[in-house]
Write a protein that binds this ligand. Structure first.
Ligand SMILES: *Cc1c(COP(=O)(O)O)cnc(C)c1O
Length: 390
């Protein structure tokens, strides 16, 4: 069942699906795909899920590509939700789980969003796709483009680790390194996309990456037997996963899969790039660009997020908080996750562990509350980057 509408997230405008659309035609805000949930709930039931394929496409009623033959899939999603008692003991919490995204194709949860987005790009007739990336989105785009026989163009910051360039080129993509950060790469990418007619897959600039990432919300509910945890810690760059899960919870409640209880959403950022934390603390509805953004957790090095207002709204509505952690705390958090649970985690996952430690220390999370920490990628992709700090 494909999306029936694309709604603007800011104004009242709605758009018909089926055309190549980036942002709202009236106000340039991100668009959300809407489904006929009354129809979807007839087949997307708690008892219809066991036995379905073990990928994010098991929730196909609420994903944009109807025909399975048109899905570009490498088996993304349906990742393990691991109880983490030893990590919990070290941090002083009795009920911690790790949603471990490290086993996804291309080594990070970016695979979810790009499986959905590149599939839709192809359905809509695109021949070439492009995006700016801090690393993981670029390699995921390139992999799904290869799978679909599309041309891919990836724009990376100049100082990116060699591994990402090599991996992305290995999938056949054209890589351009741009002076500056992902936002600078984004400007170059957007200009060339207009000039050449490429389909732009920058996060939240097209409506389907968030659809792929929202499946993390469906998985949490299914894996926790249709309950949700008290707290979710999410390493926030563009915020696509946090925004997506918040959307998923709303859809699931509308379909009668869960009740109205929501987790407190915690947006975790690095001290060297914490625009959402600053905006949350100041009570702002949006987040001004962060100057001189720096962190070794490259997924968090996003000085300006297109969906900043959506992240801030979800954090606030959920009664959650935004937390910044230092580079030392990120390294310690990563080591904690590795040593206590046997997960060679990405520094973004380590950042969530560090944030949980802080929230337990301040009493904002209590030892009895159930907590899900996201490990969003594999540590193997960060060896070059993290070795000097380790
Ligand atoms: C991109 C990325 C993030 C941030 O994800 P958003 O949904 O864009 O906030 C976190 N961790 C890793 C490993 C990433 O690649």
């Amino acid at each position: 069942m494909p999306a029936i509408r694309l709604d603007c997230t800011k104004c009242d405008r709605t758009h018909a699906p089926g055309a190549v659309l980036n942002l709202c035609q009236s106000c340039n805000a991100p668009l959300f795909a809407r489904y006929d949930l009354e129809q979807a709930r007839k087949t997307l039931r708690r008892d219809s899920l066991p036995g379905r394929e073990r990928s994010m496409w098991r929730y196909h009623e609420v994903l944009p590509v109807e025909d399975p033959a048109l899905r570009l899939s490498l088996g993304e999603g349906f990742t393990p939700l691991l109880p983490a008692p030893r990590l919990g003991e070290r941090l002083g919490s009795r009920r911690v789980w790790v949603k471990d995204e490290s086993g996804n194709p291309t080594g990070s949860f970016k695979a979810r969003g790009l499986s959905a987005a590149v599939s839709m790009a192809k359905v809509l007739g695109a021949r070439a796709v492009c995006l700016p990336s801090a690393g993981n989105a670029g390699s995921a785009l390139a992999a799904y483009a290869a799978r679909g026989g599309l041309e891919a163009h990836v724009f990376l910051p100049r100082d990116i680790a060699t591994l990402f360039v090599m991996e992305t080129r290995a999938y056949g993509a054209k890589v351009e390194r741009v002076e500056g950060l992902i936002t600078d790469a984004g400007r170059v990418c957007a200009g060339l996309a207009r000039e050449h007619g490429w389909y732009e897959c920058a996060t939240l600039k097209e409506p389907y990456r968030v659809e792929g990432k929202k499946t993390m919300g469906y998985e949490l509910a299914e894996q926790l037997d249709w309950t949700l945890p008290d707290v979710i810690l999410y390493p926030t760059g563009g915020g696509t996963g946090l925004i997506g899960m918040w959307k998923a919870f709303e859809e699931m409640e509308a379909m009668g899969l869960i009740g109205s209880k929501r987790p407190r959403m915690v947006a975790v950022q690095a001290e060297g790039c914490a625009p959402i934390v600053k905006a949350h603390e100041e009570g702002r509805p949006d987040a001004p660009p962060w100057p001189n953004a720096t962190t070794h957790a490259h997924g968090l090095r996003v000085p300006k997020a297109l969906g900043d207002f959506l992240i801030l709204r979800a954090v606030k509505q959920s009664g959650g908080v935004a937390v910044a952690v230092s580079e030392e705390e990120i390294v310690q958090g990563t080591k904690d996750l590795c040593a206590t649970e046997g997960l060679f985690a990405a520094p973004e996952g380590g950042a969530c562990v560090a944030a949980l430690r802080k929230l337990l220390a301040s009493g904002q999370v209590t030892p009895e509350e159930s907590v899900v920490v996201f490990n969003t990628g594999t540590g193997f992709k960060y060896v070059e980057n993290m070795a000097p700090l380790w």
